[in-house]
Design a binder for this molecule. Structure first.
Ligand code: HEC
Ligand code: HEC
Ligand code: HEC
Length: 480
């Protein structure tokens, strides 16, 4: 018995020693786990897409956002105490990220997507804070001062903007906790509507640049397609035929988000940044959750018929008939990669036929891609990079307008109601506050607008001709 007691006490002591011995290690593990979780939340939230500039130090800030009233720059959010957020408490950090209020009490411009981040959970915010404090190197360098002249530089009017358009954390959390058909769809909704802030680009904006809907519970405008950003149009992510994701399977969406490419299209513009900095880092489970959620969204334009491939253009080209406007340019400059039938060699060279980008009622993306080219970088799970050449030197504005008209007519022709709202404003004004990054010259912008106008002109001429000859019984295609 005595022996027993002895060994019992020894065992207890040894166990206590063991526990004690492991304590610091355990604490270090817990903290490392938290830093890793916080890094994942930062990736799911795409923080680096705006707070790290090309060639700059991680989270050093300084990315320029062009607003109609002047330029602002993203903040240095490294833990540097003088130039970054090193002196932010967790509560101050949470307030900046979810409510758009800086440590000094000033309101942030909604270029920082706090109306979406308001949905982020306390535990994600906690992990994010620990990551920024412990997992990010301080960058001792000030972000450029904002270039908005007084009196517009006064931030107090943003207090009213926040009061009217930004949800309170409590109401956002309540919406997060609404009922969903499955736990995976609930997770997908959280990621897309919250940290992923997909709506910042993919939802239409109102007069004060507020998103017209911040979640699926506030109407089908949510993710129904946004205004052009840097000349690229974010398409509908709802189950819209032609311009949305109706023809994309769950796996198509997962492949696109994890590699920026699939058999239906390739990412470019701001979406390449969103994949590169964000979604490619997410787990397969989370990507499936997002895809399942997106596939649960009803179309915003339910009366659009499914797109069907029309072989007429390909047949003509294959028989040597390049008489259609722009067809010759297409054969000479594009068909090598996108093929005469418009099917491309996916996933290296994307198909144009049936591509929602081609069917958008706004030709901006097409004109921009042809004019400026595009480069899809290698991703962790798809290391090859693909480049679409830039044609701004090789082709005249007229030729670009012609070839865009050709591909829209051959493989994307669609008849959609005119999009209401601000379609005629210059790109800078149409850009959501969160996305007017200045990456292109004013000259290119101007040229793109000119070519887009020419495409619209072609379309009008075609419609008028159609009306005159009485051809086509379908409703007239509406102009951009
Ligand atoms: C779409 C671009 C964008 C994304 C994504 C973004 N930010 Fe920002 N953020 C900004 C801009 C721009 C500012 C400066 C706004 C201003 O000056 O009013 C800013 C400001 C901030 C500030 C205020 C710091 C200060 O004292 O000036 C913090 C904190 C911050 N962001 C954290 C984050 C975190 C954390 C994430 C990811 C969860 C994130 N941001 C994602 C654009 C972005
Ligand atoms: C910075 C702006 C921006 C953000 C943020 C953004 N997107 Fe995009 N997205 C775009 C643009 C522009 C396009 C059109 C170009 C293309 O197809 O790559 C696009 C295209 C897409 C497409 C392909 C649609 C098609 O028809 O070709 C999918 C899918 C997509 N986005 C999903 C998402 C999801 C999910 C999120 C949030 C995690 C998101 N996007 C966030 C700008 C953005
Ligand atoms: C050398 C091969 C090549 C040639 C030639 C080429 N493209 Fe592309 N094109 C690509 C690649 C690669 C992409 C994807 C780029 C990206 O996602 O960043 C692309 C993307 C596009 C897209 C956007 C579709 C999507 O889902 O990404 C359009 C529209 C397009 N090209 C039209 C044209 C036109 C019009 C021409 C001729 C003037 C042309 N391309 C010539 C390789 C090519």
């Amino acid at each position: 018995m005595k022996h027993c007691t002895f060994s019992f006490t020894t065992a207890l002591g040894a166990a206590a020693l063991l526990v004690l011995g492991h304590m610091p290690q355990a604490r270090a593990d817990a903290s490392a786990d938290l830093v890793a979780k916080g890094r994942y939340v930062a990736e799911a939230s795409d923080c680096s897409a705006c707070h790290t500039i090309k060639g700059g130090k991680p989270y050093g800030g300084g990315m320029e956002f062009k607003l109609p009233i002047g330029s602002i720059y993203s903040s240095n959010i490294s833990p540097d105490p003088a130039h970054g957020i090193g002196t932010y408490s967790e509560a101050e950090f949470a307030r900046a990220v979810r409510e758009g209020v800086r440590k000094d009490g000033a309101s942030l411009y909604p270029a920082m997507p706090f109306p979406s981040y308001a949905r982020m959970s306390d535990s994600d915010i906690h992990a994010l804070y620990i990551y920024f404090m412990k997992g990010v190197q301080p960058v001792a360098q000030a972000a450029p001062a904002n270039g908005i002249p007084w009196p517009m530089s006064m931030r107090w009017p943003m207090i009213f903007w926040r009061a009217v358009f930004a949800p309170s954390v409590a109401s956002a959390q309540k919406d997060v906790n609404r009922t969903f058909p499955t736990p995976a769809i609930a997770r997908g909704a959280y990621l897309v509507e919250g940290p992923g802030h997909c709506g910042a680009c993919h939802s239409p904006r109102g007069i004060a640049l507020q998103e017209k809907a911040l979640s699926a519970s506030s109407g089908t405008a949510f993710l129904s397609g946004g205004a052009p950003i840097d000349g690229f149009v974010p398409t509908s992510l709802r189950q819209d035929q032609r311009t949305g994701l109706a023809s994309w399977s769950e796996d198509d969406i997962v492949a696109f988000l994890s590699t920026g490419r699939n058999l239906k299209g390739e990412s470019f513009g701001g979406m390449t940044d969103a994949v590169y900095h964000g979604t490619q880092h997410l787990t397969v489970e989370d990507l499936h959750a997002m895809a399942q959620y997106l596939r649960s969204l009803q179309p915003n334009s339910p009366n659009v018929a499914a797109w069907q491939y029309d072989p007429a253009a390909a047949t003509a080209l294959q028989h040597g008939d390049a008489s259609a406007r722009g067809a010759k340019v297409y054969v000479d400059h594009c068909a090598a990669c996108h093929r005469t039938d418009g099917h491309g060699y996916a996933p290296a060279f994307p198909p144009l036929a049936g591509n929602p980008v081609v069917m958008s009622d706004q030709p901006d993306s097409l004109v921009h891609v042809v004019q400026s080219g595009a480069a899809l970088p290698g991703m962790t799970k798809a290391p090859s990079a693909f480049v679409m050449p830039s044609y701004s030197q090789m082709l005249s504005a007229q030729q670009i307008a012609d070839v865009v008209t050709f591909i829209r007519g051959a493989w994307g022709e669609q008849r959609l109601p005119r999009r209401c709202g601000n379609g005629h404003q210059p790109a800078e004004i149409r850009s959501p506050a969160g996305a007017g990054r200045k990456t292109r010259s004013a000259e290119l912008n101007q040229r793109q607008r000119k070519v887009s106008g020419m495409v619209a002109g072609h379309r009008k001429a075609a419609t008028d001709a159609q009306k005159e000859t009485g051809a086509g019984s379908s409703p007239a295609p509406v102009l951009i």
